[in-house]
Design a protein around this ligand. Structure first.
Ligand code: SF4
Ligand code: SF4
Ligand code: SF4
Length: 387
């Protein structure tokens, strides 16, 4: 960590970084802000504003919205930093970033996975120009939902499906495609000159599979509490020289599983049928798995406060794997299988019954790897010939 602090021109002063409610008054950190994470009357940093870039690669925009949706806390970003790029909310062009010295940006907060040549170019450029890079949100941390395309592992197939088979595109094609399907091309010669689009890759990657990443902030999108922890760490560093967490820290998570922060009562009942939440009257206190509803809490790291299970929805695993789990999808798969009936307890149970239960899991790969496909041990569909 000393290296990061030196890189940023700040020597570690021995203070431990404490992410929590905080306030700065006259440049000094004080506890008990009236709004958690919001710092009233935050002055411009003594050494001048830092520079922040906020960028989205293959993202849905939800992560950007989560930053904007951080209420008053977003004002602290404006006071503490010059925002040099934020496509969803502020101006700032690629050429402006290119013109900067290497390391001129203090921190780049990047959401989204890397799925095309533009994503890759921009994150490499921002890495070059930034002292710190933060993977913000589950797509940047683990590939997220865009990485489910790795189950196809063929960009042309994905484009063909999206532009011809989905209801809106099929309708468009039937109206306008007179001589073969209209699929976006990387280059088009218009009368005014050549138009280009980025090249879509076969395999979607997480941010750290493309550039060096200093910190990870998971969540789809990260919760306000998680954003507060990130902002507190930055504010404490910028104003009070409080050391940043060690490089590689996953901000906002705890050293336990989501099941351990979920308030539901766990009875480890056997499952003989899989249900969707809307198919049953969900008991508000009993573990969802005990009710036959697939929940990824056992393989997911704690940190979100069990947002979904508290309102009767199963965890889909968006905060990523718990620390002891290497492979979130396989881990939850074995956790589910361990709840199936076994012969010793149920004489009516045989292999066909287990197969019936397994078959009732709709889209098992999509369910178990909804957020972590890029970080799975097998990161993409493997075809004959080794692709
Ligand atoms: S992590 Fe979720 S909210 Fe953020 S860009 Fe990906 S899909 Fe959208
Ligand atoms: S499996 Fe889901 S519902 Fe059950 S205790 Fe774990 S997080 Fe809660
Ligand atoms: S309960 Fe699971 S899916 Fe819901 S926010 Fe938390 S980690 Fe994400």
């Amino acid at each position: 960590m000393g290296i990061l602090n030196k890189l940023l021109g700040k020597e570690k002063n021995g203070k431990k970084c404490e992410c929590g409610d905080s306030a700065v008054s006259n440049g000094k950190y004080v506890a008990d802000s009236p709004v958690a994470g919001f710092i009233p009357d935050l002055p411009v940093p003594p050494g001048g504003k830092i520079k922040i870039a906020i960028y989205w690669a293959a993202a849905c925009g939800g992560c950007d919205i989560s930053i904007l949706d951080s209420d008053e806390k977003v004002l602290n970003i404006g006071t503490m930093a010059d925002i040099v790029m934020w496509p969803i909310a502020a101006d700032g062009k690629e050429k402006d970033i290119e013109a900067m010295d290497d390391g001129a940006i203090t921190v780049s907060i990047i959401s989204g996975a890397i799925r095309n040549s533009e994503n890759e170019h921009m994150v490499k450029l921002l890495r070059q120009k930034s002292k710190l890079v933060i993977a913000y949100g589950t797509c940047a941390c683990f590939g997220g939902t865009p990485a489910l395309a790795n189950l196809v592992n063929d960009a042309n197939e994905v484009l063909k499906y999206v532009y011809t088979k989905t209801p809106t595109s099929a309708d468009f094609q039937s109206q306008y495609a007179k001589s073969g399907a209209i699929i976006p091309q990387t280059s088009y010669q218009a009368p005014e000159g050549e138009l280009t689009l980025p090249v879509v890759y076969d395999v979607v990657k997480s941010l750290d599979q493309v550039v060096d990443v200093d910190y990870f902030v998971p969540g789809c999108p990260p919760t306000q509490e998680t954003i507060t922890k990130l902002l507190d760490a930055l504010v404490n560093f910028v104003y009070n020289n409080v050391a940043l967490p060690p490089k590689g820290t996953i901000i906002g998570v705890e050293n336990k599983t989501l099941c351990e922060e979920c308030p539901r009562r766990k009875e480890n009942r056997r499952i003989d049928k899989i249900h969707e939440p809307h198919e049953v009257d969900v008991d508000p206190e009993l573990c969802l798995m005990d009710q036959g509803i697939l929940c990824l809490g056992a393989a997911t790291v704690a940190g979100c406060g069990a947002k979904c299970t508290r309102v009767g929805q199963p965890c889909r695993g968006c905060y990523g794997p718990s620390k002891v789990v290497q492979e979130q999808g396989a881990s939850i798969f074995t956790a589910v299988a361990s709840l199936f009936p076994v012969l010793e307890d149920d004489p009516t149970c045989d292999e066909s019954k287990i197969i019936d239960i397994m078959s009732s899991i709709k889209d098992p790969l999509g369910y178990f790897y909804a957020f972590s496909m890029a970080k799975a041990l097998i990161k993409a569909k493997v075809t004959e010939g080794g692709k």
